[in-house]
Design a binder for this molecule. Structure first.
Ligand code: SF4
Length: 679
């Protein structure tokens, strides 16, 4: 048996995995946690433990298909290049777009970004990470001048108080949760959970603050005002390291919007524990005010000096295994590459580095706007890589229409029959986890290797090779003629010299000269320094910035009086194309449930286990009812994983609208006006 160290395919915790691969080529693999990986030190959750059950070939896309017919790569590349070239010639570069994924490896992301922004000449490349943590990125950019997470998992080990905001960590980031439990055991660290729902995580907290949906800014502003009133602002740190608008403190001490007794308990805990990490996730980010929430959290840490210290900081935890790698290379439409923006100087530097014939002129369309442009016929050629927007985008009914209207829809994926792949004109087989070879970056900026365990089945190729194949057909071969993933990584790592030269912290140049052998043997490493002590922030002054943020105001809606939240289940991942293959994982929650408060259930005559239809202005979906006090009255919650075919009409993401955060463009999945009727 070969033992290969690799990284889990699922979430942004980025756990190291030791894979025992059975010789003989039947894809048998035994999985255990890698004790040497700093993210998990040997621990795994149920999804990671059962990775071996999801590497079979059931449902795999094995050969290219063009217009419904199987073909070979030569013909597929010809069709791809002909259609893209014709589209650019007739309608210009902005008629082309890529919608990519946090499932891609950094090398894939780098190749896609380079092709779009330097060779097609558009910045219309956005990623499904837009749905996950774009608001945290925007908040970090506003506060620090760069998208830099100023924490490490080790800070959780050292904290005296851990505050979770909008995170059901016990289910969604289970290995981080195990680490938090250890800190509580060893150091008697206190745990606060700020979440409208009494989740499995909140159940175990020292204090659960049942904030209203989108009530986080009001809460954090009031909390900071109280800390100031208690004399807990760190004046010396503020003077040395923070820019603060003159009117910042005006009106900060408003209504916190939560039970006054609970607010007093929260203030007491926060005042007593300067070693405090605030870990925030999708509950904060997936909101039309998500960026402001991030800055409200960061403001508290800056003002009290709870940052740049061991055991302290505002820590955004990402959803996908390589959301961070995508952020780094430029997979978001509002970043050029390597954390750089679109100034003339930055575009010229990137164009020179890439020897690019046609550098993009400015930011591209973010996910929701990108699909609107497809729907409106402005984008005519769309390539979807490793994601399933027909199920995962908000208002997914509208997105399905957009996909059907698209002149050329290209899908590269590992699964042959997703709701998105079904609509493709050109379908391209990509390598899956266990076949891919490259790097990912986790939530704490730790870069680790995903390594190949098996031969690729059929004609599946690495995503970066597919992108390079198209580039060659377009006449740009010399810029994409990498012999292997190590060469792509070296080129990306060397390019971060451009960001470093501009005072940004993203700097991987120390890894730019790795030999192929060194890349193969690469141990996990954290860019930006292992400990964020005495960090210089990336604004020109070297200081961080406090950002004034105003509480959100939700208008009551008589026709749709309930507030709908969406969430994840412990053992499922995204649209279940992978975890749905594991019988063990499917046992935890075999079907999607709508969680309802007992009084709301009584109003509609719903009983536990009955069926109910959830309706919003965008659409409706059917779920089995689960009645419980974990849900606040007037609020309901459904899981986001299921398609209609799997659940008899329980596709949750047809329910949220297209509203987005005005700064980050992240959709507001978490607070939709809804109503509920018995079926
Ligand atoms: Fe994989 Fe995330 Fe579980 Fe770690 S916590 S084993 S990365 S799913």
């Amino acid at each position: 048996m070969d033992v290969i160290r690799t990284t889990c395919a699922y979430c942004g915790v980025g756990c190291g995995v030791t894979a025992g691969v059975v010789a003989g080529g039947d894809r048998g693999v035994s999985i255990s946690g890698d004790p040497k990986h700093p993210a998990n030190k040997g621990r795994l959750c149920s999804k990671g433990t059962h990775l071996g059950e999801t590497v079979g070939l059931e449902g795999r896309l094995l050969h290219p298909r063009v217009d419904g017919r199987r073909t070979d790569w030569d013909s597929a590349f010809d069709a791809l290049a002909d259609r893209m070239r014709a589209c650019i010639e007739e309608h210009g570069p902005d008629s082309v777009a890529f919608y990519v994924s946090g499932q891609l490896l950094t090398e894939d992301y780098y190749a896609a970004n380079k092709l779009m922004k330097g060779f097609v000449g558009s910045a219309n490349i956005d990623t499904n990470s837009r749905l996950c943590m774009a608001s945290a990125v925007a908040a970090y950019n506003r506060a620090f001048g760069e998208d830099v997470v100023p924490c490490s998992y080790e800070d959780l080990d050292a904290a005296d108080l851990i505050v979770l905001v909008g995170s059901n960590t016990a289910w969604c980031h289970p290995v981080v949760w195990q680490r938090i439990e250890k800190a509580r055991e060893r150091r008697a660290a206190k745990l606060v959970v700020i979440d409208p729902r009494r989740t499995e995580t909140a159940e175990q907290a020292d204090l659960h603050v049942a904030v209203a949906p989108d009530g986080d800014v009001a809460l954090f502003n009031a909390l900071l005002a109280r800390m100031a009133a208690m004399g807990l602002v760190d004046r010396a740190f503020m003077a040395a390291r923070v820019e603060c608008p003159a009117d910042f403190w005006d009106g900060l001490d408003g209504d916190p919007g939560v039970d006054p007794v609970v607010f007093e308990q929260l203030c007491t805990l926060v005042a007593a524990h300067p070693r405090m990490v605030t870990l925030f996730s999708q509950g904060a980010n997936q909101s039309v005010g998500g960026t402001d929430k991030g800055n409200a959290i960061i403001n508290l840490h800056l003002a009290t000096g709870r940052i740049n210290r061991i055991g302290a900081g505002p820590f955004s935890i990402t959803g996908q295994p390589n959301a961070m790698g995508g952020r780094e290379v430029g997979g978001l439409a509002n970043t050029l590459a390597c954390h750089m923006g679109f100034s003339e100087d930055e575009r010229a530097a990137a164009a020179a580095y890439w020897k690019a014939p046609k550098i993009c002129t400015g930011p591209g369309l973010k996910a929701v706007d990108l699909f609107r442009a497809v729907h409106a016929g402005k984008i005519k050629f769309l390539w979807v890589m490793a994601t399933n927007p027909a199920v995962s985008m908000p208002d997914s009914g509208f997105v399905r229409e957009a996909l059907e209207r698209c002149e050329t829809l290209v899908v590269s994926d590992v699964i042959a029959d997703t709701d998105t792949a079904r609509r493709a004109d050109i379908l391209l087989p990509a390598e899956a986890w266990g076949e891919k070879n490259g790097t990912v970056t986790n939530s704490e900026r730790c870069v680790s290797r995903q390594r190949r365990l098996f031969d690729s089945p059929g004609e599946a190729l690495a995503d970066w090779r597919i992108i390079a194949g198209l580039a060659a057909r377009m006449g740009w071969e010399s810029a994409f003629d990498w012999p292997n993933a190590a060469a792509v990584f070296r080129e990306y790592a060397a390019m971060t010299g451009l960001s470093a030269a501009r005072g940004l912290r993203l700097d991987l140049t120390a890894w730019a000269d790795l030999s192929d052998e060194e890349y193969d043997a690469l141990e996990p490493f954290q860019w930006g320094g292992e400990r964020p002590l005495a960090w210089r922030f990336s604004h020109p002054s070297g200081k961080a910035r406090m950002v004034r943020v105003a509480p959100a105001c939700t208008t009551p809606d008589a026709a749709f009086p309930l507030r709908l939240n969406t969430a994840r289940y412990r053992d499922q991942w995204h649209t279940m194309t992978r975890t749905g293959l594991s019988p063990t994982l499917s046992q935890h929650r075999p079907e999607p449930l709508v969680e309802v408060h007992p009084r709301d259930a009584a109003k509609e005559g719903l009983t536990d286990g009955s069926l109910a239809r959830v309706m919003t202005r965008q659409g409706d979906a059917v779920f089995r009812v689960r009645i419980g006090e974990g849900q606040r009255e007037g609020e309901i919650c459904v899981p986001m994983h299921w398609t209609d075919a799997m659940s008899g009409g329980g596709r949750a993401n047809r329910l949220p609208g297209q509203g987005v955060d005005p700064v980050s463009g992240q959709p507001g999945f978490k607070n939709s006006a809804a109503r509920l009727i018995a079926v």
